[in-house]
Structures are given as structure tokens and as C-alpha cells.
Ligand binder design. Structure first.
Ligand SMILES: Cc1ncc(COP(=O)(O)O)c(C=O)c1O
Length: 497
């Protein structure tokens, strides 16, 4: 509390004297928590000046409050709120309970990574990049350059579709690296893929619509579709990705047709398998025939270790059914909140219109900076480095899992991504995989259970183990901690295959 911030809230009415009103106002502020124990009051001269009172009035009131035990005066240091007030005031004067009805927002549970960091839990639960590797000096330079170039324009309202230069840079990336013939007009920038998924849920789905989702799959996308009032229809996934033939089962038989299918064809989330060529063609033909939107989430396109990344479905869509979602969270940094949507103009227009309602526009300075990082090749230099590093880390993780846990898990390494997918053998009777996750967290390593990625929470014997956010030493520690956790998990009697 600085000298200039505290002013007693003086009641404006009542016939009491100025002294009484000031006295009561300070007591009330202490009781309500506006002034807290140990906080220093401004000097009597400042208070008197700012309240338009005589200084003697202020001094009289302070003396009285000191005598009553509300304030203490420390010679040469000032006047403070007493530390040992009999009844500590409540922390906040905001009523804890609402006096109005509130629609609850119930989301699928997500682990809070900040919490894990505070407890020294190694982040091996998922696809977080290693933020320690980010070229932060280059990022800082790009942010400064962006701001300095057109400071006055850039700090005003901008295009809800995103900064033109970033849309151009993303369109170029799509043409040169992903085989999609996009132009600036085909791209809308969003705050991360998550905002894109939310907006698409709102513009493509109506309450009660059915949306097909891969199961196992990505719960934050399901939350976005649920928020639009849609019903999730789980679709199976096998070694070739989404089982496209299952679409006919869920569509036929007099049931309401699907309105959209959400899929991660390149690196299926979370198994990381790639949708086969035959299924791609069938999916596109099916969507065209039934006029169903395909929401294609290509969240980590460049993180591919073997061969060329597969071209997006969008690249083969000539019927305007695919809406493509990208993200810079894995390619660069999640906190920049930069994602994008590519698709038919009418969809992009609707997305941009709705975006104005929830967010008006993106972060113009951040978008300009990302455009520069893309144009100057910094993002791709970083990605090349990360691809090398992650390939090495994946190899190390696989080796250590083989050494330490070969009897317990069988691991499938995909051609890219930031995680491996592990099948758990010999699950102990009456013990859920989630128990293992909790024990592992207690041992100091975070891994993810398949149940948290299943639409109905089914307890399947699979784990998602990440390698991207941890260095060699941490991978060693992580596997060792997982080994301990599995032992403790197994220490329950009996086991089943
Ligand atoms: C399947 C999937 N889609 C999208 C994203 C990226 O989300 P965002 O861009 O909102 O950070 C992720 C990141 O975890 C993901 O796993």
C-alpha cells in the first residue's frame, strides 16, 4: 500500500462530525479488509490534503485509533494497522456466494502443469515442448521490432482475422511445407488452436447436433464442442488412425446424422498413428457425400522424425468440407496463443465475426513478431533443432523404458510427436491405471492415463509418456521414478494380463 493509494471511504451522509466520520471510515476499512494488518497509512499531511480536512482533525482521529488499538504508531516510521487485531478482517469484501444464478461450466479434468512444477514433478505427461530451448532473445527482438515499426497503428484495433503479415506468412508456410495452396484470404489467426476449436464449434454446430470424435482423443476439443451444445459420438481408432468405416454405423439406422467429425489425421492424438491413404480418401468422399464438416487438427505438423510429414486432408479437399486448424504452440511456444484456421471463406467469415464478440482481435504485436520469426526462418531453424533434439530424447526414453520396464510396458514409437504410447502389461487386480498415475506423481513424474483421453473415461491399459519437455538427465530420473511407481502399484496382490 503506497502513500498515494489509501483513502478512507468516507460516508457521505449522516450528521456526525468530520472527526467521527473519518474515525468510522478507517475502522470500517480495517474491518472490511480494505486496510490490512501491518499496512502503513499515509502521513497525516497527505491524508489531510487529499481528504480536504484540517491536519489537526486527521491527527486527532489517528491518536484516537491508536488509543483504541486499531492503529500503532512507530516512532520515526509512521502509523500502521495493528498486527494483532482480535478479529482478522476477511480477505475480501466480495461476497463469496453469488446472489444470482450462474450457469456452471464443467470441463474435463486437466492437470495443472504449474502445480506440478511447484512440486518438482517431471512433466512427462504430454506434448509440451522444452521451453528452455526457445530462442528468447530472438523472440524479444522480434517483439521489439514489431512494436517499434508502427507503434501507434499497432496499438489500436485491428483486423479480427489477424494481422495481414502473419496470415501471409502462414499461407506461405502452408504452401511450402504442408502442400496446401493457401493464400492470405484463406487464413484466420486465432488465439491458439483452442480458440479455433471453440469458434468452429459455435459456427458449425447447433445445440443437439452430433459430432464424431476420435476416441481416444483430445478432451479440450470435446469441451469446445460440448460448449456449443453438441453431443459427442466416439469413433474408434486403430493402427491406421480413425476407423472411417465406423462412420456409417453411427450415421445409419435412423439416427440423426453427424454434423462434423473432429480428427487428428497426421499424428493421431494420443496414439500418434497416421491416417492411412485409403482411409483419407474414404473419409473425404464420405464427408462430401453426407455434407459433413471435417475439423482437421494438425497441431504438430513439423515435429516429424521419419520421412516426410503426410499432407493434410485439406490439401485434397475439392468439396469445401475440410476446416483445418493449426497451432504454433508445439512449433514454438504455447503462451503466445497463436493458432489458425484455414477453410472455405464462409466458415472463415463466420469465425471472424464471432471472434469479435469474444475477443475482438488477437495480440497485434505478438502476431507481427511471429510473422517476422516465420519470414526470417527463425521458427523453422528452431523446429529443425527441436526435431533433432526430440528424436534423440525419444530414442533415450525408448532405450530406458526397454531397460527398466520391458516386462511392464510395450512401447510404440511413432514417426513424430512429443510422446510415446505405452501398453501396460499385467495390470494388478483391482487397481486402476489412474492409481499408477497418482503414485507416479507422488514419486515425482507426471504421465497420462488413457482414461483421461477417453470420452467415457474407460480405464484402458495405456500410458502417454512425454519426452520433449525433459532433458536427458530428467528422462533418466523420470523413468526411474516410473519404475518405482510401477513397483508400488504392483505391490497390491495379484495381477491380470
Ligand atoms: C490435439 C491438439 N490440438 C491442439 C493443440 C494446441 O492447442 P493450442 O494451440 O490451443 O495451445 C494441442 C496441444 O496440446 C493438441 O494436443
Amino acid at each position: 500500500l503506497s502513500r498515494s493509494t489509501y483513502l478512507p471511504v468516507l460516508a457521505s451522509s449522516g450528521g456526525s462530525t468530520k472527526t467521527r466520520r473519518l474515525h468510522d471510515a478507517v475502522v470500517d476499512d480495517i474491518r472490511r479488509g480494505r486496510l490490512r494488518s501491518g499496512e502503513r497509512l499515509p502521513g497525516s499531511r497527505t491524508l489531510a490534503q487529499r481528504l480536504g480536512l484540517a491536519r489537526t482533525t486527521v491527527v486527532d482521529v489517528v491518536d484516537e485509533l491508536v488509543a483504541e488499538g486499531w492503529l500503532t504508531s512507530v516512532a520515526g516510521a509512521g502509523v500502521y494497522v495493528c498486527r494483532d487485531l482480535p478479529e482478522p478482517p476477511p480477505l475480501s469484501t466480495v461476497p463469496p456466494r453469488p446472489g444470482v444464478d450462474v450457469e456452471p461450466v464443467v470441463l474435463r479434468r486437466r492437470v495443472d502443469p504449474a502445480d506440478d512444477a511447484a512440486h518438482d514433478i517431471l512433466p512427462m505427461g504430454g506434448g509440451i515442448p522444452d521451453l528452455r530451448q526457445l530462442p528468447t532473445t530472438t523472440l524479444a527482438r522480434a517483439l521489439r521490432t514489431a512494436l517499434q515499426r508502427q507503434p501507434h497503428q499497432l496499438l489500436g484495433y485491428g483486423d479480427p482475422k489477424g494481422e495481414q503479415v502473419l496470415r501471409q506468412a502462414l499461407a506461405r508456410m502452408l504452401r511450402q511445407r504442408r502442400g496446401v495452396a493457401a493464400t492470405v484470404d484463406d487464413v484466420v489467426v486465432t488465439r491458439g488452436a483452442q480458440q479455433a476449436l471453440y469458434l468452429l464449434g459455435q459456427v458449425l454446430l447447433r445445440p443437439g447436433d452430433r459430432v464424431g470424435v476420435e476416441c481416444l482423443g483430445y478432451p479440450p476439443a470435446w469441451d469446445a464442442f460440448n460448449t456449443a451444445g453438441a453431443e459427442l459420438v466416439p469413433l474408434p481408432v486403430d493402427d491406421d488412425g480413425l476407423v472411417v468405416d465406423a462412420l456409417d454405423d453411427v450415421t445409419d439406422g435412423g439416427r440423426r446424422p453427424l454434423r462434423a467429425v473432429y480428427t487428428t489425421p497426421h499424428h493421431q492424438f494420443p496414439t500418434l498413428v497416421t491416417l492411412s491413404a485409403a482411409r483419407r480418401l474414404r473419409l473425404l468422399a464420405w464427408a462430401r457425400r453426407h455434407r459433413v464438416a471435417i475439423i482437421e487438427d494438425d497441431y504438430d505438423h513439423e515435429l516429424h522424425f521419419e520421412g516426410q510429414p503426410t499432407r493434410p486432408l485439406l490439401a485434397s479437399d475439392d468439396a469445401g468440407v475440410v476446416v483445418y486448424v493449426g497451432s504454433m504452440s508445439k512449433a514454438f511456444a504455447p503462451a503466445l496463443r497463436q493458432g489458425f484456421v484455414v477453410g472455405p471463406r464462409a466458415v472463415l467469415d463466420a469465425v471472424a465475426q464471432l471472434r469479435q464478440v469474444v475477443d475482438r482481435q488477437g495480440d497485434r504485436v505478438g502476431e507481427r513478431a511471429m510473422a517476422e520469426l516465420l519470414d526470417e526462418g527463425d521458427v523453422h531453424r528452431h523446429l529443425r533443432k527441436m526435431t533433432q533434439l526430440f528424436r534423440h530424447r525419444r530414442h533415450l526414453l525408448l532405450e530406458l523404458l526397454q531397460q527398466e520396464l520391458a516386462d511392464d510396458v510395450e512401447v510404440r514409437a511413432a514417426r513424430g510427436g512429443m510422446t510415446v504410447w505405452a501398453h501396460l502389461h499385467r495390470r494388478p487386480r483391482r487397481r486402476a491405471v489412474q492409481d499408477l498415475i497418482d503414485i507416479a506423481a507422488a514419486e515425482g513424474v507426471r504421465v497420462t492415463a488413457a482414461s483421461s483421453l477417453h470420452v467415457k473415461g474407460a480405464d484402458l491399459p495405456f500410458l502417454r509418456i512425454g519426452f520433449a519437455a525433459v532433458d536427458d538427465e530428467e528422462i533418466r530420473r523420470g523413468v526411474w521414478r516410473l519404475r518405482q511407481a510401477v513397483d508400488r502399484w504392483r505391490s497390491a496382490a495379484g495381477s491380470t494380463r
